[in-house]
Design a binder for this molecule. Structure first.
Ligand code: CUA
Length: 155
């Protein structure tokens, strides 16, 4: 098969750009320490309701003054459905799913992760602005996906 010289150059350019982007992506990811949501640990998704601390989802205050919030995602809700957080609290959210993959997104914060059955993910945010926040599922999870949300009040 004959490939014209210009065609070969153009193919080479295309493949070269793919490699350049791949290398740039790797450099950016490693230099900024960008990772997929941390897989903290594994959990049996069929026993979430019996496994501490997810058997009692909610907010806990740590001795150092920070907070931990444990959430379970399932079709089509989050537990707890409502949470009150003191203004200024630094909260680490831990989330897992007891059925399918869900999203865990709190708009206007940097909390945006996936709730994956079998895994525990975490992200931390400091709530310095009082108000009502929504926690929404941003991964399509089924027929009731658009109704899957919870409320967080910071006061
Ligand atoms: Cu849960 Cu979409």
């Amino acid at each position: 098969m004959h490939i014209h010289r210009y065609e070969r150059w153009w193919l080479g350019f295309g493949v070269g750009m793919l490699l350049v982007f791949l290398v740039l992506l790797a450099i950016a990811a490693f230099s900024s320490d960008i990772n997929p949501p941390s897989g903290l640990g594994q959990i049996d998704p069929t026993k979430v309701a019996q496994t501490a601390p997810f058997d009692h989802p909610g907010l806990r205050k740590l001795p150092n003054g920070a907070y931990e919030a444990y959430y379970v995602a399932h079709v089509f809700a989050f537990e707890p459905a409502r949470l009150t957080i003191p203004v200024g609290a630094k909260v680490t959210f831990y989330v897992t799913s007891s059925d399918v993959v869900h999203g865990f997104f709190i708009p206007y914060t940097d909390v945006n992760m996936m709730a994956i059955p079998g895994w525990v993910n975490q992200e931390t945010h400091t709530f310095s602005t009082p108000g009502h926040y929504l926690l929404i599922c941003n991964e399509y999870c089924g027929i009731g996906h658009q109704d899957m949300f919870a409320k967080i009040e910071v006061r």
